[in-house]
Design a protein around this ligand. Sequence first.
Ligand code: ADP
Ligand code: MG
Length: 684
Amino acid sequence: MKKDVADFLKTDLQFIRGVGPVLAARFADVLGGRTVRDFLLHIPRYVRAREITESVANADVGDVITIPLLVKSHRRGGTFRGRRTPTQIICADKMGDTVVVQFFNAKFLDYWLEKMPIGTWRMVSGKLEKSSRPTINHPEFIEEMENAGKIPSAQVIYPSGEGLTQKTFAAVRDRIFAQLDERIAGESDENVLEFFDALRHAHFATQSSDLLPNAEYMVKLAYWELLAHQSAIVISRRNRHDERNRRTVRSDKYTLMPRFFASLPFELTGAQQRTLDEIFADMARDVPMMRLVQGDVGSGKTIVALGAAIKMACSGAQTALLAPTDTLAQQHFAKLRPLCDKIGVVCDILTGRDKGVARREKLTSLRSGRTRIVVGTHALFSDDVQYRDLGLVIVDEQHRFGVSQREALRAKGHNPDLLALSATPIPRTLSMTIYGDMDVSVINEKPAGRLPIKTTKLSVARVDELVARLKPQIENGARVFWVCPLVADTEQSDMAAAESRHAYLSKYFPNCGLVHGQMDKRARDAVMAQFADDNGNMPILVATTVIEVGIDVPRASIIVIENAERFGLAALHQLRGRVGRGNVQSYCVLIFGNNISPDGLRRLDVLCETDDGFAIAEQDLMMRGTGELLGTRQSGWINYYFVDWREHRDLFKLAASAARDGTTDESWVRDLMFIFDRGVIISA
Ligand code: ADP
Ligand code: MG
């Protein structure tokens, strides 16, 4: 691949014309990264046809319709007595039937009203909803009749998030491909050209079937992705066993372990003890450890990680614990610090928030080796961070990091040990193909006295009953997480759903909290902190974005998940793990929408019946469709973009043997590993 093209892939989205830092940050939330590469690998989920309907009577609620409408009157909205009313534009279709076009966002009112003057015909396109009359909320297109052709007859729909419309996606896509075309002109590698051609087919698909996993170009992309991954595994394994990467085994200078075990406020479970033994055995070898610890949420991985870090400290070496977010880093630190203090091991935290003198002091302490354990975010592998002797890298929620990030941190030491923690159980059948370069320990036992979470499902029509049942619980001090999911493809932000749910709940429960992705991070953290505070008085927290994996509010004993049918089983299981951390009985209520399918109900039953993450993972694998599942990327076993577990099993085998035998052009494999972020491992 030409350098020019590679550089373009690495370009930050904020430098694409019309994007800027705010939009780039929103993209980052959805794409899991903010480069052109991340955008290109994020392909549409399906294609929506927009055929013109003449009469609203012929359309069904929920349909996306494109319809000529005559504007009859305007009814301005606003805030009356603290209640917001929408602005309505009352229209009629060709048959004379009334259609209301409705806007909630007061900021752009005049703009909308000017777009639809009274007495004119307009071509309007959007989702038909029904309140008392047929209604279109926030249409995606409003065009004068002579410009009706501007409304695409087929439109790709991207999995999206808050503050990002499909129009924005399409505009950014167009610009990226225009720039890509310029750069690719000088490219001569056939493979590279073929690859971008396949991506183009996906991003500009004209029918949904082109986006199914077995469509021609999708199969190609999935194969390349698997090849990148399998090749990385082969190389990493080879590196690890390479003579040149042998090291001398460290010897203990300090005796810390007995004090560590004595200072624990509880007995380790058998599974925790066994996992620690496996880790210690790895550490005593002359090849670096590469171990994955898998354990359900709440199985107690943190203490195991600390045990490994203390063992490392016995030899005087350092440990870095990498967490995916600031909040999680803070939580780890808050837990580890007191235990470290007890045994006299210096533990610190380093995140993007540390600036100036404070940061410099932390760095000095790391460089001198005084700090033995450091917890943090990617700040841990910034250029200016140096370790005296980094012996162990621990990666929490490892699927949230690219291999290159993991390796960037490992590169700060000399062949350090690697310990990865994952709360997402991987079906045993897949474990080898996914983590082929790692040894796996499983913590399949919960700490004693943990009560299983009672899970029930409930139709959204019965939310009132739920509220009545929550009341006494809350009066007794229960804390409730209330999750509203992202809706993948509406113009209108999901904030509305969460906001209206929040407004509804506030009628019954004063001081009900709300967090969503469009809030300022600091404001969001403040609300979270208030909810987590034992002495606080916020009983319910409504959250739009999935509550961060691993967030710890031990007092929360109830979680309500709306539109549960839209989540993957693994994602639901993860969410459910936000409760059940203390020793009171916890509950999970899965609320499903009116349109749930029999399959959807069956999936929810799996969760009601079992609490065993491995069993759920197996079921998830069996049942996972390619459709509208939310949260699969965030909580997937690995961040595959194109690979579908059910459809591509044969490709796994093909890719694995191609990688093992080295039959594919070497520079192309290298390009693929770069594209799919498996590249840096080569230099390990
Ligand atoms: P996770 O595996 O989800 O990271 P944590 O390490 O955060 O789980 O542990 C969850 C909770 O269980 C913590 O509050 C921790 O102190 C507690 N815990 C861990 N191990 C045990 C144990 N063996 N006995 C009792 N409580 C434990
Ligand atoms: Mg954890």
